[in-house]
Design a protein around this ligand. Structure first.
Ligand SMILES: [Fe+2]
Length: 277
């Protein structure tokens, strides 16, 4: 774990670039126009997954100079494993589709890209003002654990129990952004940019944390040329189900989502700004 301090007033977090070059470039343009320094930008992992441009996406990360931890996809690639490490139940749609896109990455990722992935840490601990942030991919101890807004409070509390009080967790992996207040902690999912949030829109999401008379968290969305990303996937014979998701905003299935949250599919998420400390 890397422990660092940031003295700026604003930090940016996003996850799941998922080899989506168009979304990555669009986010870079947005943050460049807001004059956000790359050292204040953090990716929560899964730089690579479903889409067609793994090496090109890594190139943008490298040139941009932002921080990233590794996600389960990078962990599996670096460990020369044969699956994406999401622990999808065998035979489910996610499991079958992941064999296709994961194998595409393994066959196409260059040694130069792999060398970059090998430099990524598992997590960051950041001091931001008086606040302590812990940046992780999935769960605190299990990189592939899925957490959603509707995950039970008991499961969240058990997960944060080993952490210092008041620590703010910023996670990725599960693909839908949210802000969740716990007893002594906050759990934030920064959202992903490489696939829609299953809300019927094609938007990508990121998180801004701002020090301004307290600590403010804002979930922001943006649009990009997702049609082009989708077409490239089709040309490379990547799963058409995910290529369609880029255009419909609806996931191929809801296997990983808690039952209580499944009714939210197709309901457009709202941007949100909240004082959290
Ligand atoms: Fe992941």
């Amino acid at each position: 774990m890397k422990l660092e301090r940031r003295d700026s007033k604003k930090l940016i977090f996003f996850g799941g670039a998922y080899s989506n070059l168009e979304a990555t470039i669009e986010l870079k343009n947005i943050l460049d126009s807001k004059r956000i320094s790359p050292k204040d930008i953090f990716c929560t992992g899964d730089i690579l997954a479903y889409c067609a441009d793994p090496n090109e996406t890594i190139e943008v990360f490298k040139e941009w100079g932002i921080n990233s931890i590794y996600g389960n996809v990078e962990e599996q690639l670096v460990g020369d494993q044969e699956n994406c490490g999401c622990n999808f139940k065998e035979g489910t749609e996610c499991d079958i589709l992941s064999r296709n896109w994961y194998e595409y990455i393994r066959s196409n990722v260059t040694e130069e890209s792999m060398n970059y992935l090998r430099t990524l840490p598992a997590s960051f601990s950041i001091k931001f003002g008086d606040h302590s942030l812990r940046i992780i991919h999935g769960g605190v101890n299990d990189i592939s654990k899925f957490f959603f807004k509707e995950t039970s409070i008991e499961i969240f509390e058990k997960e944060v129990a080993p952490l210092a009080d008041e620590q703010i967790v910023i996670a990725g992996h599960s693909g839908i952004p949210f802000l969740k207040e716990l007893k002594n902690h906050y759990w934030i999912n920064a959202g992903v940019i490489g696939m829609p949030a299953n809300d019927g829109t094609t938007r990508a999401w990121y998180l801004e944390l701002t020090l301004e008379d307290g600590l403010w968290a804002s979930l922001h969305s943006f649009s990009y040329n997702s049609k082009s990303t989708s077409e490239k996937m089709n040309k490379k014979n990547l799963p058409s189900e995910y290529a369609s998701t880029l255009k419909s905003g609806i996931w191929p299935n809801q296997d990983i989502i808690p039952i209580a949250q499944r009714d939210n599919q197709g309901i457009a998420l709202k941007e949100e700004k909240r004082k959290i400390k």
